[in-house]
Ligand binder design. Structure first.
Ligand code: TXA
Ligand code: MG
Length: 349
């Protein structure tokens, strides 16, 4: 059913802000509110209300076996959501909360199956964004929030992206400006020893190692890409723009040469070609829809613009996207995880 979606700009002071108060009561009454976090915009619902959770899956078109992250503003709330908070959790919380680290812990019975996808664990994080924290405080309930995009699309890094995907499907969008980090939180399972990274994100493995004493393991399933079918005949893409994306990996000169060649081939065939370039390489591309994603020496700039760049290729209606790869270290691990999931083809030069 179509809803009237209200989009409001939230600015300081946030205390007693009437839009936040309204947003919080929408959440408490079982409605959906999109809000900014430091990583991407989230689509929030009361994490303890199954009817509200059901609406998240409907609005996003998301399969309900994909579990949701619960967002909290107070560490004390963890006690009601989990049965055990091990010492390592407290060390990680001290180091990284509020911030882009999601911890997977044993779930308490009150956490609905629609949050956990039937798992025995629950994923929890405290976002580092003043609007998110103020909303969570005002709501007073834990808030389940996936990224506020249509399932399969690039995650939203502005309120406008949320509007494009979800208008008519949710009650309210809080506009807190463009997000800072740009890729989602790192999901770390600490129910196992040693802890396991289930999704690389805003907190890098190298940062986690400073607290854990060693580099955490990565879920072997992360090696899976869009090109590795999970079951015969099933092709899985995520974070994907409308046009097929070809991800080219290798040394800088090799990537550039391959992309130049592919550009020639595709444009000869009459296709509108998008190229995702970096500050270090952009001068090599003189035609096509060339977009600058960021700097190779400052990967935070790439993360911050990754999803909006992918969406901009859609706006420009390119028919194929040629994207340069990045080294899989530090923030490059999360960036490459998202790019390989978005890709229809990988080329290693
Ligand atoms: O940065 C973020 O984490 C954003 C913002 C809005 O907070 N949220 C986000 O949510 O990315 P979503 O739903 O797009 O991704 C949640 C991820 C999925 O990969 C899901 O499989 C995993 O977290 N997850 C959730 N609960 C889990 C659990 N109990 N065990 C393992 N993985 C879990
Ligand atoms: Mg998502």
């Amino acid at each position: 059913m179509l809803k009237q979606t209200e989009m409001v700009t939230v600015s300081a002071p946030l205390d007693e802000n009437s839009d936040l108060v309204r947003a919080a009561s929408i959440l408490r009454e079982g409605g959906l509110v999109a809000f900014p976090t430091e990583t991407v915009y989230g689509l929030g619902a009361d994490a303890l209300n199954p009817e509200a959770l059901q609406k998240i899956y409907q609005a996003k078109g998301r399969p309900s076996d994909n579990p949701l992250i619960v967002h909290i503003a107070e560490v004390a709330m963890l006690a009601s959501l989990t049965t055990d908070v091990p010492p390592i959790a407290h060390q990680l919380i001290d180091a990284f909360w509020p911030g882009p680290l999601t911890l997977v812990l044993p779930k308490a019975p009150i956490v609905p199956e629609l949050v956990t996808g039937g798992l025995a664990t629950v994923a929890v994080r405290m976002p580092d964004h003043p609007v998110a924290l103020a909303l969570l405080q005002a709501a007073g309930v834990p808030v389940a929030a996936p990224s506020a995009n249509l399932s399969g699309k690039p995650s939203p890094t502005t309120a406008q992206h949320v509007w494009e995907d979800l208008t008519g499907k949710i009650e309210m969008i809080l506009d807190g400006g463009p997000v800072g980090v740009g890729v989602e939180s790192t999901v770390l399972d600490i129910t196992m020893d040693p802890p396991l990274i289930l999704r690389p994100g805003g907190i890098t493995a190298e940062q986690l190692a400073e607290v854990l004493g060693e580099l955490p393991e990565q879920d072997p399933a992360l090696a899976e890409t869009a090109l590795t079918p999970r079951s015969p005949g099933m092709k899985y893409t995520h974070y994907a723009p409308a046009a097929p994306l070809i991800l080219v990996e290798g040394s800088e000169p090799e990537m550039v040469a391959t992309i130049q060649q592919l550009y020639q081939d595709y444009s000869k065939r009459g296709l509108k070609v998008g190229i995702m370039a970096t500050q270090q390489t952009i001068h090599n591309y003189t035609s096509g829809e060339v977009l600058l994603v960021g700097s190779r020496t400052e990967l935070a700039t790439v993360a911050a613009r990754l999803y909006s760049t992918l969406r901009e290729f859609d706006t420009r209606q390119v028919q194929v996207i040629l994207a340069e790869g990045f080294l899989r270290e530090k923030l490059g691990t999360a960036i490459m995880n998202r790019l390989t999931k978005a890709a229809h083809q990988l080329i290693a030069t």
